[in-house]
Design a protein. Structure first.
Length: 107
C-alpha cells in the first residue's frame, strides 16, 4: 500500500513542479535573431513579442520582402528557443521523478 501512497505523493509533487515550471517559462524573456543579428527580437514565454529591432541597413523600400522574412525568422527563432527550454526542463523534471522520457502527460 505504501507504493501507491508514494506514487501519489510523487505525482502531486510532479504536477506542482510542472506548474511552477510553466509559470517560470511564461515570465522569462527569450531573444531571437536572424540575418546574423540584423533583425533581433525579444519574446516572453507566452509567445508575446516584446521588442523588435531592425538594422537600418535593411530598410530599403525595394527590398521589403527580405526584411519581412528576417523578421518572421527572428520571431520563430525566439519561439523555438522558448519551446526547446520548456521541453528540456520537462524532460529533466521527468527524469528527476523517475518517469520515462517522452511519457504523455495528462496536463
Amino acid at each position: 500500500m505504501t507504493n501507491i501512497v508514494q506514487m501519489m505523493q510523487k505525482a502531486k509533487k510532479f504536477k506542482q513542479e510542472m506548474q511552477d515550471l510553466q509559470e517560470r517559462v511564461q515570465r522569462m524573456d527569450v531573444d531571437g535573431a536572424a540575418g546574423n543579428g540584423l533583425v533581433t527580437c525579444r519574446m516572453n514565454g507566452r509567445h508575446e513579442l516584446k521588442s523588435l529591432k531592425v538594422d537600418p541597413s535593411l530598410i530599403k523600400p525595394d527590398d521589403a520582402e527580405m526584411m519581412e522574412d528576417l523578421i518572421v525568422a527572428a520571431i520563430n527563432d525566439a519561439r523555438a528557443k522558448a519551446e526547446k527550454f520548456m521541453s528540456e526542463q520537462t524532460q529533466k523534471l521527468m527524469s528527476d521523478m523517475g518517469l520515462p522520457p517522452n511519457m504523455e502527460l495528462p496536463f
